[in-house]
Design a protein around this ligand. Sequence first.
Ligand SMILES: Nc1ncnc2c1ncn2[C@@H]1O[C@H](COP(=O)(O)OP(=O)(O)O[C@H]2O[C@H](CO)[C@@H](O)[C@H](O)[C@H]2O)[C@@H](O)[C@H]1O
Length: 487
Amino acid sequence: MGQASPLHQPRILFATPEMADFVKTGGLGEVAASLPRAIRRHYDIRILIPGYRQVVERYDHIPVVAQLPGHAGIPPCELGLVESGDGLQIYVLLSPELYQRDGSPYGDAQGDFSDNDLRFARLSLAAAEIARGVDPTWSADLLHLNDWQAALAPAYLAWAGLRVPSILTVHNLAYQGLFSRDALGRLGVPDHAFQMDGVEFYGQLSFLKAGLYYASHVTTVSDTYAREITTPGAGCGLDGLLRTRASQGRLAGILNGIDESWDPRTDPHLATRFEADDWKGKRANAETVRRQFGLAVSRGPLFAIVSRLVHQKGIDLSLAAAETIVSEGGQLVVIGQGESRFEDALRDLSRRHPDAVGVHVGFNEQDARRMFAGSDFLLMPSRFEPCGLAQMYAQRFGSLPIVHRTGGLADTVEDGVTGFTFSESSACGLSGAVRRALDTFAQKKRLNVMRRTAMSRTFGWDEAATTYASLYARAFGNGAGLRARAA
Ligand SMILES: Nc1ncnc2c1ncn2[C@@H]1O[C@H](COP(=O)(O)OP(=O)(O)O[C@H]2O[C@H](CO)[C@@H](O)[C@H](O)[C@H]2O)[C@@H](O)[C@H]1O
């Protein structure tokens, strides 16, 4: 190594399987685009993302900064480095055989890709290699890993004897990255690690458990969810390990924020921009949404669903509530995609009530923004919700969320003040809250007070960024983990 030099600003590598700049399937992609940008005020932070087609096709040329060797059955690949328009440094894993495919980051119409173990072990291993110093110009002092796809990194560090601090953020404990034990050999997992105190989970290899076990710290995206996952009811079989991490003071909930662009006063996607108390402006947005979804002209309440259409999100409960909404003269617009049983049921609902229910299977953010702006209420009866972003977007746009009191929903929606919460996850629980919303809609003064209060909640990223920054400092042991390096 070169001559000794003063300590550089600590370097953080933020490894993620999706980022909204290029590709996203849900909330993690949005967080990965915003959080590092908020953290760079505190630390030198770079992103690591697989070189999916959606990433590499964005650039004419991606300079290669390092060659990453293979390991067991994980193929070698190149490490590229690009810069975003606003100066964020992004490492791109260049492996056409693993990443340049049609479909989402995780699969195609046939289902999940069959080699996802290799694809995301490659991502995890690359993060560990960047900490080891494979790029001679920049190496990570701390790894910030997101979800199961990056969660083998702390294990690779441990198996290589590298004492680099690592933080695993769990955006959703229900997605664990479980693979057959046959994968151990090709991923280079040592035999001794395949046990309860290690990466084994009921006879399978669990990427997520590896991270929960080997990372220096574990975080999740709200306080309430951080508590819930230490209980058998919400721990997805990992509550024992999570209780251990909590008792070591190494499990924390840090609430997500939302990007500043979610502001109805400035949003260029809206037909009419508006602010609190300009309820005419909000109504103009409602009219646009009704027209866009082919609904009848109405002065009744407009409900929205903006969601991945999966069991977690309680879509079945919303389908039941839709009948109440329609029979009470309300309307519903839906955008999202996911399980075909929900897509079909929603399409069917819309066919039965063409004037009152509009459904768009698919996703685009511009329509989502217009729906938050135009709707009076957002339905989000998630069975569990680590944080949830849609209920925060809705509040900013004066659409009052109706949510199950769980996880981040409990931490961000104030019952009767900025939205409506219910405690029993059932059609009956949701319909009680929908009825309260309908009553409120009939009392314009109360409705407008709630809208105004909801719109004043900013949910910015600053607080989360400062909390992550202190956690990084703690993980470094106040600088003890930093290695001096030639500047
Ligand atoms: N089909 C689709 N394709 C692309 N984008 C879509 C989409 N459907 C919805 N979206 C967008 O993604 C957002 C969804 O984010 P959420 O946080 O509500 O849930 P998600 O379960 O994806 O994220 C998980 O991670 C986030 C981030 O930590 C946690 O907030 C959350 O609780 C956890 O379940 C929506 O607001 C919308 O903008």
